[in-house]
Design a protein around this ligand. Structure first.
Ligand SMILES: *Cc1c(COP(=O)(O)O)cnc(C)c1O
Length: 370
């Protein structure tokens, strides 16, 4: 593990927690996992997240963009990778050679991939996307049989997978989700009868994998639960899942500021008495948002951020933590002694969802995998 001694702000990623979460998903769902590590591994670090999920026994990875798959291959990660989003046809030869599976979500893109692969004498593995109500990418279940028939006639393609994505699994809208599972299941049986069933059927994100057993099919495709974070308040994680991320920063200055002094830009905070004001090497360019009030933990106690968060620094009031000195560590997200600032608390303070809270932690923040 790289050492944090000389760092300003950093993330500690608990590999054992991620391994535990992967094992729990395996035992709960009884099917293999496609671990989703898009968006820089939900902020945990693309490579760090991939390393941890593979150590936990995940056989597959998924990302949103092929650029993310390229980074993983360049780091020597050889397992199958599925790209969930759009991939430009310009990447087809690379994907075919590197065993990267692409999403075909319509005839036009499928034909473009097929032509390029055929010309290069390659076979591209693809997963066909079905739209059951997300209305983002994918073919209607009613047109699914015909779509798969055509895909199978494209000799540049190998149709390895069929997948969909449920828009309301995390909001536990059971009526809608169960109906969408039914539509998808019906298509799967049509394909079975026509002997067109691809080898790998997958549909469930974390919420669906946990709460809708009939959505598990051949593999589940989980992201947020892998990192020990709940899909939503109404789709919480089960006992045993562990958050894997702790975000820390360092106190780089402590001074007493006289009464009536403005702290930071635009005087949003003015001292009410002589106050001990600390400076943390942490700012909005690290993904630490400007909303007030914000708190961090120092020696297990809460310290209030005062004044506007700057790009690379922020100030905090240390009157209630007299033992705090320059060099001390502040916990921005995670546990410190008996207290904890979890991702949900930050999400609430920042008026964003929990996914956004972690995936917007800036890439410049070093990730230390332990
Ligand atoms: C992000 C994503 C997932 C993983 O969702 P979680 O809620 O994080 O488990 C699965 N499938 C698709 C298509 C996605 O975009």
């Amino acid at each position: 593990m790289m050492d944090s001694t000389n760092l300003s702000t950093w993330l500690e990623i608990d590999c054992q927690a991620i391994k535990t979460n992967v094992n729990l998903l395996h035992s709960i769902t009884s099917v293999p996992l496609i671990a989703v590590v898009k968006a820089n591994g939900y902020g945990h670090g693309l490579f760090e997240a991939a390393t941890a999920v593979l150590a936990g026994g995940s056989e597959w990875l998924a990302v949103s963009r092929i650029e993310e798959a390229v980074l993983l291959r360049e780091k020597g990660i050889r397992v199958p990778i599925l790209v969930l989003g759009f991939t430009s046809p310009g990447f087809v030869q690379y994907a075919a050679r590197e065993e990267i599976r692409l999403n075909v979500y319509g005839m036009e893109i499928a034909e473009a991939y097929h032509r390029i692969a055929l010309e290069a004498n390659l076979k591209l593995k693809v997963h066909a996307k079905i739209n059951v109500g997300m209305n983002r990418l994918g073919v209607s279940p009613l047109e699914g049989l015909e779509f798969l028939r055509q895909l199978n006639s494209f000799h540049g393609l190998e149709v390895e997978g069929l997948f969909t994505h449920f828009p309301q699994a995390a909001s536990r809208n059971d009526g809608v989700t169960l109906q969408q599972i039914d539509q998808f299941t019906h298509l799967v049986s049509e394909l079975e009868q026509a002997q067109l069933r691809p080898a790998l059927i997958h549909a469930a994100n974390s919420a669906a994998a946990l709460y809708y057993p009939s959505a598990r099919f051949d593999l589940v495709r989980c992201g947020i639960a892998v990192f020990g974070l709940p899909p939503s308040k109404v789709a919480p994680l089960l006992e045993g899942f562990q958050p894997a991320l702790t975000w820390k920063s360092r106190l780089v200055s402590v001074k007493t500021v006289q009464q009536g002094e403005a702290i930071s830009y635009n005087a949003h905070y003015v001292t009410r008495k002589p106050e001990r004001i600390g400076v943390l090497a942490l700012g909005y360019a690290d993904g630490y948002r400007r909303y007030q009030p914000n708190q961090v933990l120092i020696h297990g106690k809460r310290a209030e951020i005062v004044g506007s968060v700057c790009m690379d620094q922020c100030m905090l009031r240390l009157d209630d933590i007299p033992e705090a000195v320059v060099g001390d560590i502040a916990v921005v997200l995670g546990k410190d002694q008996d207290d904890c600032i979890d991702a949900d608390e930050l999400a609430t303070r920042w008026h964003i969802n929990l996914y956004d809270t972690v995936c917007s932690i800036a890439a410049r923040v070093p990730r230390l995998l332990s």
